[in-house]
Design a protein around this ligand. Sequence first.
Ligand SMILES: [Zn+2]
Length: 414
Amino acid sequence: MIKRDLHVHLYGCLSAEDLWLIGKDRYKKHQTSLSWYAQEYAKAWGRTPQFQEYWKSDSGLDLLKADYIFAKPNNFARFQANFNLIIALCSITPDSFDIQEKIIKQVNQHGLEYFEARTVIPIKLQDHKVYKYLQGLCKVVKTLNTELPMQTRIVFSLFRDNTLASKAYRQLREFMKSHPELSSVISGIDFAFAEEGSPPKSKKALFQQFKCDNQNDRPLDLLYHVGESFEDKGIISAIRWVWEADQLGASRLGHAIALGVNPENYKEKMVHEAVEERIDTIRWLIEHEEVLKEHGYQPNIKRLKRELNTLKETKQKTVTITYNDDYIEDAKCLQRAVIRILKTKNATIETCPTSNLRIGQVSSPIYHPLKLFQQMGLNCVTCTDDPGIFAIDWVSEHRLAQKIINMDLANCTE
Ligand SMILES: [Zn+2]
C-alpha cells in the first residue's frame, strides 16, 4: 500500500461520516453558509440538496452521502459543488484546530508513514489572525508528530491569482522567519484551484522570488497542479504548460495528465484554443526544436512558421483543434519526447488515479497517464488527492495504480 501521500488535500480527507458528525453539532449555526452550499449545488447539479434533512431525517447520513461522495466521473464544477459542504461546515479560524487534528489522527490509523497535507492560508483573515492561525496549526502538527508514528508536513496551496498568491506567500515567509522552530513542519507551497487562464509563465516573478528566498531562508518545495484540466486548449499546449512548470522550478508536478494520458481519450473531440495560446505553443516548438528533436520529436518548422504568420494576421479569437488521427499521433510523439527530457531533469509526477478518472476527464484506466510514465521510467508517486470525498483509501488507490500499470492495452476491449 501507499506509505507516503505527497498529494492530498487535508480537508478532502473528510469522509461523509466525518462531515455528518461535524455538522450534527454545527448545522444550526451554519445556516447561512449551508444555504450558500445549497445554492451553488443547485447551479452545478440542477437540484437543491435538502441539507436540513442530513441531520433531521433518520436516513440523513445516506442523503448526505448521496450528495457529497463524488463516486462517478463528472466535471470539476460539480466536484467543487460537493466540496462546498466542507467549506460550509468547516470554516477555518485561528482559534480551533479540532478538525485538522481529527483528520491527521484518522489518517494515521491507515498506517501511513508520511502525510504531506495541503491546506490554505485563509485570505479573508487579517494579518495578525493569519499568523495566529499558522502558529496554531503548526503547533498541533508538531505535537501530533511526537505522539503518532505518522509524520505530517503541511503544504500551503496558493490561489492562481498573483495578488492573492503573493500576499499569502509573503505572510508565510514572514511567519517562518519569526517562528523557525514551529514552521519546521511546513514543507512547501503549491499552486492549486482552477488552472485554465493561469499559465505557469504568469508565475515567473513569484517563482524567481521563491528561488531567491530558498537560497536565503529555509528552502521549501514548490509544487504545482498542472496539465490536470485543459478544457480551453488542446493537449499539445497543455503539454507545454507542464514543461513550463518544470522549467520554472517546480519540485513536483501535480497530475500532469496532459503529459501521459493516451490522447485517444479525446478522439474526435473539438476544442477552441485562444489564438495567443496557439501562438505561444508554436513559438515554443520552434524555439526548442533542437532539444525536442534529440528526444524523438521533430517539429514541422516550415508548417509551424506558416501557421504563425497566418495567426499573427487573423482577427479570430480562437482556433479550432480537432483530435483527429494526425493530432493524436503528433501529441503522442510530443508526450514521449517531453517525458524523456523531464527524465533527464529528474522530474517527479504526483499521480492521483481515482481523481484523474473522476474529475480529470480520463475516460478509462487504459488511458491513464500512469501507464506511460511507468513504461518510460519517469519518477512517479501515487497519491489520493481527496480520499474522503472520493470514498477511497490508500489501499484501494494502490490497487488501482497497480491495475493501471499491469493493464495490457492490446488485450483490452474497453
Ligand atoms: Zn490536488
